[in-house]
Design a protein around this ligand. Structure first.
Ligand code: LLP
Length: 441
């Protein structure tokens, strides 16, 4: 028997769940029926992130099928969701990994990913991290002239990739637009000749070029413009093995939001890529590195309503989670659909703000949400949080992190991260801070 938070789980209760199917609430599909989610909330307690393996696999397969006759490979942006069980699924579907820290590199290496299938897009990397990445043998993607020089000085005869900044601006929020003129990322296009010279003078081969213009790209034409810039740049560089066009494919969050039309991008993109292979060189491989598109819709966060409160002009639903577990609404004003999965059928719709339990006024998960009349003890499902949910969670207010549960393809529940108890959380904190257990302040 194992113990997770406030709920005791017996192995024989790890029950079978039929295929997740679509249930409609206000014409909005929820990727699992409510009874299954309630069963998970009862067994694992809340807050709990729930992911659906079937959705992740189907989305991976959809991407892999997009460019059937072209040398295109796919990397998954680990930062979107780095639970090793999720990484294993995505790897099995044929993805390599896009990493942005040495820790992420190490995580992928520990999962036995071959170094060639790990891209490390550095950001203000230290010399020690650079040495370690070279030792691991991963593909190092360098984003500044200074770091390139340091790499070249220490690694004559080796190769690397460079991250360029093509001055094409996009992203769902200014904070995730990486291509604009003032963005900290990448090497300016007008410095290309200089960095090539640095590499050549140290006998270092630039074997790849990369750009990532933003996350949650709004306009396919911006991605196409980026392709054009990188393909034109590649014409000038004879040593390339690959061109990496980054990630950024968006998902719809609002009920009436139109999904990004993949064809609108892939049809003209295929023409451009094929033309490049035919007229310039057929030696190169192309990469894309999405994160959100794969895992975002495959995850939801279950939370319990602890308080229902009228503050004069507004009604608040006070939940047992907050921006410590789901930062996107507070950081980007992001909109996530909230569904009451325990409401009485046919209850009157009322307008609520969905509030977190963090001691800050900005800890609001949803504003002016129309929900069936909600009572303390009800369970809410916050949708489309499989990407940048748990990976951005923190210990703010010293609260424990949520549990994570995977609904496997065959419909079983699997714990993929336990929730620590308050006792365990504080014991670990005192140990990590080196504070003697028995001493007093
Ligand atoms: N490649 C690089 C170099 C990146 O920096 C990113 C995301 C990706 C790929 C994957 O982008 P995606 O396909 O997931 O859009 N926390 C924000 C998103 C930050 C993305 C940072 N970089 C959010 O919750 O919206």
């Amino acid at each position: 028997m194992c113990y997770f938070g406030a709920v005791t789980i017996r192995p024989e209760f790890t029950n079978f769940i039929p295929e997740p199917f679509l249930l409609m609430q206000d014409n909005f599909p929820v990727p699992a029926d409510h009874d299954r989610l309630i069963a998970i909330a009862r067994k694992w307690g809340t807050p709990t992130y729930v992911y659906f393996e079937k959705i992740i696999r189907e989305r991976c397969q959809e991407l892999i099928g997009l460019f059937p006759d072209l040398p295109v490979s796919w990397l998954y942006a680990v930062k979107a969701n780095d639970n090793p069980h999720i990484l294993k699924i995505i790897r099995e579907e044929g993805f390599g990994f896009d990493t942005v820290s040495f820790e992420e590199v190490l995580l992928c290496r520990r999962l036995n990913t071959e170094p060639d299938d790990i891209f490390y897009t550095e950001n203000n990397m230290t010399d020690a991290e650079m040495r370690d990445a070279v030792t691991e043998g991963v593909v190092l993607n360098i984003g500044s002239p200074g770091r390139l020089r340091a790499f070249c000085e220490a690694n004559s005869g080796r190769s690397c990739s460079i991250r360029l900044k093509p001055d094409i601006s996009d992203g769902h929020h200014a904070k995730v637009d990486t291509g604009n003129e003032d963005s900290k990322f990448g090497i300016r296009m007008d410095l290309l000749a200089d960095v090539v010279q640095i590499a050549e003078s140290h006998n270092v081969t630039i074997r790849g070029i990369h750009a990532h213009i933003g996350s949650g790209i709004r306009k396919p034409e911006n991605l196409l413009a980026e392709l054009k810039v990188l393909l034109n740049t590649a014409k000038k560089l004879k040593s390339l093995d690959f061109i990496n066009f980054g990630g950024g494919i968006p998902i719809p969050y609002l009920p009436n939001e139109k999904p990004f039309d993949l064809d609108e991008f892939t049809v003209p993109a295929s023409v451009m890529l094929r033309e490049f292979l035919e007229n310039v060189t057929n030696r190169v491989r192309f990469y894309f590195e999405p994160g959100r598109w794969i895992v975002g819709p495959a995850g939801l966060l279950l939370t319990q309503v602890n308080t229902v409160k009228n503050q004069g002009r507004k009604w608040f639903l006070g939940t047992d989670t907050g921006f410590n577990h789901l930062l996107r609404p507070a950081l980007y004003d992001a909109w996530h659909e909230v569904v009451n999965i325990t409401a009485e059928p046919g209850s009157e719709l009322l307008v609520y703000d969905v509030a977190g339990n963090i001691c800050e006024s900005g800890d609001i998960l949803g504003v002016d949400r129309s929900l069936p009349e909600t009572r303390p003890g009800d369970i809410l499902a916050i949708r489309d949080v499989g990407a940048y949910g748990m990976t951005m969670a923190s210990y703010y207010n010293r609260r424990a992190l949520p549990a994570e549960v995977l609904v496997t393809e065959k419909g079983f529940h699997k714990t993929i991260r336990i929730r620590k108890t308050a006792e365990e959380t504080i014991t670990d904190f005192l140990r990590d801070t080196g504070f003697p257990e028995k001493s007093s302040v």
